[in-house]
Ligand binder design. Structure first.
Ligand code: SF4
Length: 191
């Protein structure tokens, strides 16, 4: 491990948290798509709250929070605000987190119409169904889907759908090490 890292890290490692808001989990799949290099990542990084660890609650302040997906409901907002508070550096990755992505396609339709289409009028809806789920335990849908930076301050954005795995980890490592980072064409092309 780089000496600089050892000096900077707590318990010898940087602490990283991740979450998936309104996304398809593809960005998280991409995080794991670095094969054996994941072992190098684990040498310098310890995961805290994350679907990757199944740790549900923050147990300490984190160096970096990685957020996939935008905000489509009240719970997404709550989680995003908590990440902002508990993570020194907040990184959003993937188009859903940056621009709302696919879920934001509903932004052109009223919420009422969306819910009616999903639960009452949709082709796959059971005939005669006329109930839109509404329980205090179900997070309230927002009027539209919001990109993360419209809810909290975001420090870094990593575009892509999903972003390339090596690209994500190179950016994270370079942020942690405070090194300059140049993007290769291979890591940043979308064709
Ligand atoms: Fe899925 Fe793409 Fe959105 Fe990532 S950016 S959550 S891969 S749709």
């Amino acid at each position: 491990i780089n000496e600089k890292l050892k000096r900077k890290s707590k318990d010898g490692k940087f602490v990283v948290a991740t979450t998936s808001l309104a996304g398809c989990f593809g960005c998280h799949m991409s995080l794991l798509d670095i094969n054996t290099e994941l072992l190098d990542v684990l040498e310098i990084v310890e995961f805290n709250k994350s679907p990757l660890t199944d740790i549900k609650k923050f147990s300490k302040q984190c160096d970096i929070g990685l957020v996939e997906g935008g905000c489509a409901n009240s719970e997404n907002i709550e989680v995003l605000k908590e990440f902002r508070k508990k993570c020194d550096i907040l990184v959003v990755f993937g188009e859903c987190a940056i621009m709302g992505g696919i879920p934001a396609m509903r932004n052109f339709i009223s919420l009422k119409e969306c819910l009616e289409e999903a639960y009452i009028n949709g082709l796959t809806t059971e005939l005669g169904a006329n109930v839109i789920p509404n329980h205090e335990d179900i997070p309230k849908m927002l009027d539209k889907v919001y990109p993360c930076n419209e809810i909290v301050k975001v420090d870094y954005f990593i575009p892509g759908c999903p972003p390339n795995a090596n690209h994500i980890w190179k950016v994270i490592k370079n942020i942690l090490l405070e090194e300059e980072y140049s993007i290769t064409h291979e890591e940043f092309k979308y064709d």
